[in-house]
Structure formats: structure tokens, C-alpha cells
Design a protein around this ligand. Sequence first.
Ligand code: FES
Ligand SMILES: [Fe+2]
Length: 416
Amino acid sequence: MEHARQVEILRELITRLDDGTTCDAGRVAVNQAEAYTCEKLARQEWETFFANHPQMIGLSGELPKPGSYLTCNDFRVPVLATRDQTGRFRAFVNACRHRGAELVNGARGEQARFTCAFHGWTYRNDGSLMGIRAAEQFGTVDKACLDLIELPSLEIHGLLFVHPREDGIINPVELLGDFGAELAAWDLAKAEYAGESVLDMPVNWKIANDTFGEVYHFNTLHRNTLAHLLHGDVATYREFGRNHRICVASKFIDTLRHQPESQWTIRDGAVVAYYLFPNIQIVLLNSMLALAKIYPDADRVGQSLTRVSHYGLPHIASQLANSDAAQKLSGDNVYAADMAKPVEFSLEASAELFLSTVEHEDYAMGVKTQAAANSGLIKEFVFGRNEPALHHFHNNYREMLGQGPLPEYRAQRAAG
Ligand code: FES
Ligand SMILES: [Fe+2]
């Protein structure tokens, strides 16, 4: 992100801290609790946003060199993603063309060729069929017609997208619009994959998304965890088409106030969180990045799976290394930092934060929320003016499904 934009955001956060204001959706809206329990809606969502929509499967650093591969089974189409020998990112249906066996069953690794475990056909990492075992006995086939089925793929600004349909179109302008320029400035192609945690929980995928969409809960639900590091009740918010960005003030921002703006950096003064339609949350914790991919369970409306991948950002860590005062946060001391000083998150600190804050607090609360929606007795949820990202997320998918925007709270009451 350009320095001028960083300063602008930090200034806005400081002004809002002083004024006691935050980002504003301009109205209070209601969302029917059925949005989280309706099986018909869940099927529509699956078809529209997952079966027929580009999916971001990770960051470029997960395929660091020719021969790297990863597999993904989160949206019904089994995907094998590779970086071929020319360095090109490609995606295939992870199924052998002989009789459909899963070709690669590991999550990730390095391999230029893949041999099917069933009868031993071998493919190159560009998808071409290389060899048929016992070819004379098998009989004559046209090898050129039996390459792996390739899926549309796009690598852009360090993000990896795959379309789950062979004839699908990935339109970067539609996906990213002017969001791309801001993402590009982070140099996410340099992010290094460091590990993953998985949350498989009884919450609808939209409740899971909602937990990332507001800071209103920081000072209450996270009072013993995240609220030690970040200011609650204050955020900046900006939309980029169907995507958006939320910035949350780090408590270190109170120290930044006394430094010249030329020395301000957003990595010290704020956490930046990006949402990419439909199911991606990217959280930048100075030298670490966490990517949450949230998938509905295709058969159970009240269940979802969140994969949280952690990455190091070496280009940002190297800047922090020059700062003598930066405290290195580990899993043990992440909530005990002296926030008058800049901090540097380690993988362990980032993983602990996602365990203790996101899993044990946000998602645990989401499970209760889902139970309330399932009961049928809570008919609607209310989205405050201070929760604009929730309005945006729900209005986005509602528009794509031909539904009107969320009704305004007062209009709803007057009609009742
Ligand atoms: S199914 Fe792969 S070689 Fe037979
Ligand atoms: Fe939270």
C-alpha cells in the first residue's frame, strides 16, 4: 500500500479514536435468520458462488517453484494445482483419465510427474499424459486426448484463482476491479506459506464470514485476548466492488501519534483485513498474513469449513528487523505485549491468535448464533450502522441471487 494511503488511514483512525466515531453504514438493517438455515438458499448459494464462480485457492508462494503442487477438495471438484516446468500456474481435475482415480493424494509438495496409484499411468505437471503402463497390452488409444482435464486458472497480484468449471471464465476486472492495484502494492507474491489450521464447525458459512466483518465485538467478546492488541469500536472501511477493506487501529497507534507522519507505517499502526467475494478473508498482521477460506458444507446448511493458512511476509519482516524496538511475539506472549512499542508477529503468535480469538471466541460464539437461528425463535438479526461490512457482504450475495437489499430496521418495524 502506498505510504500516502497508509498515512490517510492512520490519520482517520486517530481522528475516530479522538471523536469516538467509527465507519458508518448509514442505516440499521435486518437480516432474516433464515439466511443461515434455509436449505433452498444454501443450494442456490452453492451453485452461484462456489460451483460456478472462480475460487481463490491460495497465494503464489504456495507454489514457490517449477514442480510445486497442491491439491484442494473444498468445492466438490478435486483440484490439482501445479507450477509447471515453465513456471506457469495451472489447475487440473485431480483425476486420472483412465478410470478416474485420484491422481495425487498429498496436500502439497514438489514433483514434476505424477503416477496414478491405480494402474500406473503417468502425467507431467503440465497435465500431459506421459506414459501408459503395459501400453501394448492395454491397446491403442490416442494419448493426446487423455491429458488431465484442465481448469481455467489465473495468477494475479500473488493470488491463485481456479474456476471449478472447465468452460468457466475468470475475469480479473470483474473479480478485482480497482482492488487489484491496492493488493499489488502489498507484493503478496513474496508471501511464504507457513502452515494451516482448519475449523470444521456447525456454523453457516455466512455466520463465519460475519465474524470477520466488524470490530464492535472486540471490547466484549475479545476483552481478554485481541482487545489487548487492538482498539475495538474504531475502524476504517472501504468498498471495492464486491470486495472490501477494514483497517483496525493497533494500540501502538497511540505511540505513533507522537512520531512524524513520514515515519508512520500501517504495519505498525493497524491491522488491515481484506474481504474478497465470496468467501475469502485476508488479515495482515505486519510481517504475517493469514488467509481464511470459508466453505459451506454442500449438504448441511448449518456447517462450514474454514481453512486458515498462515504466511510469512519476508519483505516486511526485513524492514522490522531494522527496527530495534520491535518486540517479537510468540504463542506464549502474544497477549502480553507492551503495546507502547511496535510488535512483530511470529507464525506461533499468528496461529495462537487464530486459535484463541477466532476459534475459541468468534467461531464458538458463531455456533451459539447458529443454534439460535436453527431454533426458529429468533427471526431476524440486526446489523448496526457500525457494521458496514456485514451490510455489504449480505447485500452483495442477495443482489447476485436476485434479492433486494437488506431491509432497513425501521421500515421493517413499521411494516410489522
Ligand atoms: S485409474 Fe489411473 S491408471 Fe487406472
Ligand atoms: Fe472476532
